[in-house]
Design a protein around this ligand. Structure first.
Ligand SMILES: Nc1nc2c(c(=O)[nH]1)N[C@H]1C(S)=C(S)[C@@H](COP(=O)(O)OP(=O)(O)OC[C@H]3O[C@@H](n4cnc5c(=O)[nH]c(N)nc54)[C@H](O)[C@@H]3O)O[C@H]1N2
Ligand SMILES: Nc1nc2c(c(=O)[nH]1)N[C@H]1C(S)=C(S)[C@@H](COP(=O)(O)OP(=O)(O)OC[C@H]3O[C@@H](n4cnc5c(=O)[nH]c(N)nc54)[C@H](O)[C@@H]3O)O[C@H]1N2
Ligand code: SF4
Ligand SMILES: [Mo]
Length: 809
């Protein structure tokens, strides 16, 4: 018997909802069974920072399905559609499979051999160093590269060439979270784990659309809420109603950027109503202001907060914010048995991103909602390996591997000694941060740039401006990717790389967890793992430096690659790199992973959470909660050494006094606020089925179909005023440029704000052609979330052509 119409609607609704919250769709599960999978191989998902564990299913050696691993600590078997479908990328017909080269950017590419390609890259980089100095070269990498890849690239740039021009897209993403953790806790990365979700009683979700961007973790939050609907409270703070808001008991909707006032007002209420934890504050906290930081007293902090009474904050915030809502949020936060904050780009991608992070941490410090089960100030990481590879592996211009600031002599010398290169090789000055790096490209100061596993031509704010620099004829641009992109369009040399499961390596997800994915299929044709590419490039650079008379660099390069010579690239080479990084570099640091060898990671497929200083501790899974004695071996050791009593020891490397800092941070608006000329806030973000530039998800029909092109979300009141109806074409104009997209009219964004997703690769809809490249002065993270625009209805047909499939180089 067929379905009745009602049953059909119900089922369709259930499937749509399922896709939004990351439930395994029964249809796809059946497809996997129907595919007659012969072998299942464990690994981790290629996409977001949740770090779901997956099995890749092979039939006759070909990938045919992916399913979740039920006993996994991260995803408990659940996956979202992106996770289920990324096996399609493995043998995708549009993969790059041959090195491509052109001398000039106005020429067509021609296929060349690997030997030629490596020689050209080596010669161009070596000549640039000799002629213009090492800082005329740069590496720009990714939170999606494996840890082994980021580590080796930065080792060659720093130890071999002698430059700290090592950056990556986590600057666009996590830098403000890093800044927040370092200044508040003295140590990067969250204290707790996902396991806290099932123990939390209040979720404070701010500036995060978890339902679409961390769907499987959102599912765990949702399960927790539904299991105890009255006891567990969910607060969602976002200028936009998003799919995440659906489970909120309280939705706080305000003008973009004003959450700094909201957070201070919550602190005000917590103090005024006596909801703070005096003992926790006295024992563990200090109050700080300014730069350089000055100590202040609790009384001074109270005085400072008087500017942010709930009444005053409600005025600043606008939207649906009332003093009573602020009080309710503060009470729930402070009085719940355990409160967990979760945030992402709505907080980080702001010109006051670090401050916003500090203000969230403040609430946890005031209330002691930290370190106990279910309580944590937990930043969600976007990319699968932004934490493991870039934050920990030394992938930013100011940090060396294992959380060592470049400018601290002792730590820099440690790295030089461990690598066996002369002291003084790594310069003490940090390199260019991302925006500075691409500005330097525009100014012709960088002459040779290697872009790996990211597409800055599309993902940088104000990208038209930076594409001018990337297009310069005097810039030699190498791009390693698996597909043609907006960035390969501007390259001289395009090198095809192996994809996930076509190579071996580790991803470290949001909760300090490192998980190994072992190679199970060969890369297509001539595509190669990056670790092989870097090693071979470095060896040839050594020869070039020799030829150019720079013996010192030739020698340093040889020393840097020596431990990796002769190793087979599919497994032995990454293993040797991981061993060097963990055994030598992380040993004795707060992210000690020396117990987590490949053997251990294979025995513990769930991976290991650092600190894991011994094999024994690693085999137990590592550390679920940092700083807690009895759980964290480093807390135990530090506590004993320093004679600190009590349950917690805050040994964060950046705070020598073992204290946590509460910061006095005022409300400040965005770098570009709406005005008479550009009266709307423009914000940009994501949808569930696409990934960033959509170079990958745009090539998977099931994912593309739901969102074939970007649209602009407009509040119905604004739309009515401007005569805009659903699906009308709307021009968005900022001081940078114009794009045209179809309208989606609904009660999502607050009045006066429009929101677009930035995945679309079509020139006429590319979001970053209009965003602003203002950045946080502390973290240098760009303010993707806020700029000013004007909008108007324009005539013209809807775009019916999806944007990626068929995109050729
Ligand atoms: N499906 C999918 N998932 C992904 C990704 C993807 O591309 N696609 N990318 C991954 C990566 S790298 C990242 S960084 C994460 C991003 O994950 P999220 O940060 O959750 O996603 P976004 O859509 O960028 O922005 C989140 C929210 O910030 C809100 N926001 C805008 N301005 C403000 C403000 O002033 N204050 C507050 N409080 N909120 C504001 C927006 O309304 C939006 O709902 O997602 C990861 N997961
Ligand atoms: N307007 C706006 N812009 C934003 C943001 C926003 O919210 N709004 N968010 C920012 C954030 S948080 C982020 S993280 C960035 C992300 O921006 P990008 O990093 O530029 O975007 P991706 O599409 O993830 O790029 C990854 C590239 O790596 C390639 N690739 C995949 N697998 C491999 C591999 O194994 N090896 C190599 N070498 N390449 C591979 C893919 O084909 C793709 O081209 O964008 C930022 N840009
Ligand atoms: S939630 Fe993230 S890690 Fe999990 S399957 Fe989806 S994209 Fe992959
Ligand atoms: Mo990100």
């Amino acid at each position: 018997m067929g379905m009745t119409r009602r049953q059909f609607i119900k089922r369709t609704a259930a499937l749509t909802a399922a896709s939004l919250v990351g439930v395994e769709l029964p249809k796809i599960e059946k497809a996997a069974q129907a595919a007659d999978v012969e072998e299942w191989h464990p690994g981790v998902c290629r996409f977001c920072g949740v770090g779901c564990r997956v099995y890749l299913g092979l039939k006759k050696g070909k990938p045919v399905a992916i399913k979740g691993i039920p006993e996994s600590a991260t995803n408990k078997g659940y996956l979202c559609m992106k996770g289920m479908l990324f096996y399609r990328i493995i043998h995708h017909p549009e993969r790059l499979t041959k090195p491509l080269y052109r001398e000039r950017k106005d020429q067509p590419f021609r296929e060349i051999s690997w030997e030629e390609a490596l020689r050209i890259a080596a010669r161009k980089f070596a000549e640039t160093v000799v002629k213009y100095g090492p800082d005329a070269t740069a590496y720009y990498g990714s939170g999606q590269a494996l840890t082994e890849e980021t580590y080796l690239f930065q080792k060659i740039m720093r130890g071999g060439l002698g430059t700290n021009n090592v950056e990556g897209n986590p600057r666009l993403c996590m830098a403000s979270a890093v800044g927040g953790y370092l200044t508040s806790f003295g140590a990067d990365e969250p204290i707790g784990s996902y396991a806290d979700i099932e123990k939390a009683y209040c979720f404070f979700i701010i500036g995060s659309n978890m339902a679409e961007c961390h769907p499987v973790i959102f599912r765990r939050v949702m399960n927790r809420k539904f299991a105890k609907p009255n006891e567990v409270k969910v607060i969602n703070a976002d200028p936009r109603v998003s799919p995440t808001s659906r489970i909120a008991d309280l939705h706080l909707q305000f003008r973009p950027g004003t959450d700094l006032a909201l957070l201070n007002a919550m602190a005000y209420v917590i103090i005024e109503e006596g909801l703070y934890d005096q003992e926790f504050i006295q024992k563990y906290c200090k109050f700080k202001i300014g730069k350089p930081p000055k100590d202040v007293t609790f009384e001074e902090y109270k005085e400072f907060l008087k500017q942010y009474t709930p009444e005053r904050a409600a005025e600043i915030c606008g939207g649906n914010i009332t003093p009573e809502k602020i009080r309710t949020a503060a009470r729930w936060f402070a009085t719940s048995k355990a409160t967990m904050s979760l945030w992402t780009m709505g907080i980080n991608q702001r010109s006051r991103g670090v401050w916003a992070n500090n203000l969230i941490h403040n609430l946890h410090l005031l209330t002691g909602q930290l370190c106990k089960p279910g309580a944590d100030s937990f930043s969600l990481t976007g990319q699968p390996n932004a934490c493991g590879g870039v934050r920990e592996g030394g992938g930013l211009c100011h940090i060396l591997p294992a959380h060592r600031p470049v400018k601290i002599d002792k730590l820099r010398h440690q790295v030089e000694d461990l690598w066996g290169i002369p002291r003084g090789t790594i310069p003490p000055k940090p390199g260019y941060h991302t925006i500075a790096m691409f500005r330097a490209v525009n100014q012709g100061k960088i002459k040779a740039l290697w872009v790996n596993c990211t597409s800055p031509a599309q993902s940088l704010p104000n990208c038209d401006f930076y594409r001018k620099g990337l297009a310069r004829e005097d810039l030699f641009l190498v791009v390693t990717d698996i597909f043609p992109t907006k960035t390969t369009e501007l390259a001289n040399l395009v090198l095809p790389t192996a994809f996930h499961f076509e190579k071996t390596g580790v991803y470290g997800c949001t909760e300090r967890r490192s998980q190994l994915t072992v190679k199970v299929v060969d890369p297509p044709r001539e595509a190669k793992p990056e670790v092989w590419i870097v090693r071979e490039w470095a060896l040839r650079m050594a020869e070039e430096f020799e030829r150019l008379g720079d013996r010192r660099r030739a020698e340093n390069l040889r020393i840097c690659v020596k431990p990796f010579l002769g190793k087979e690239e599919g497994y032995e080479l990454p293993k040797a790199i991981w061993e060097e990084y963990t055994q030598k570099l992380t040993k004795g640091r707060d992210n000690d992973l020396s117990g987590a060898t490949y053997e251990v990671l294979k025995q513990r497929p769930d991976g290991v959470q650092w600190p894991a200083p011994t094999k024994e501790h690693a085999l137990k899974g590592g550390t679920y909660k940092k700083f807690v004695r009895g759980i964290d071996p480093l807390a135990e050791e530090e506590g004993r050494k320093l004679g600190i009593s009590g349950p917690y020891v805050f040994y964060g490397p950046a705070h020598k006094d073992h204290k946590l800092y509460l910061w006095l941070r005022p409300y400040k608006g965005a770098a570009e606020e709406p005005d008479a000329e550009y009266p709307f806030y423009l914000s940009t973000g994501r949808v569930i089925d696409h990934w960033h530039t959509s170079s990958m998800t745009g090539r998977i029909p099931e994912l593309l179909r739901a969102n074939p092109y970007a649209y602009v979300e407009i509040n119905p009141k604004d739309a009515a005023r401007l005569g805009i109806k659903p699906n009308d074409m709307v021009e968005i104009e900022t001081r940078r440029g114009k794009i045209v997209l179809p309208a989606k009219v609904y009660e999502g964004p607050i009045q006066g704000m429009v929101f677009i997703y930035w995945h679309d690769m079509a020139e006429e809809r590319m979001a970053n052609r209009v965003t602003k490249d203002a950045f946080d002065p502390g973290s240098k993270e760009p303010e993707f979330k806020i700029c000013a625009c004007r909008i108007r209805k324009v005539s013209g047909p809807r775009p019916l052509k999806p944007y990626v499939v068929g995109h050729k180089i």
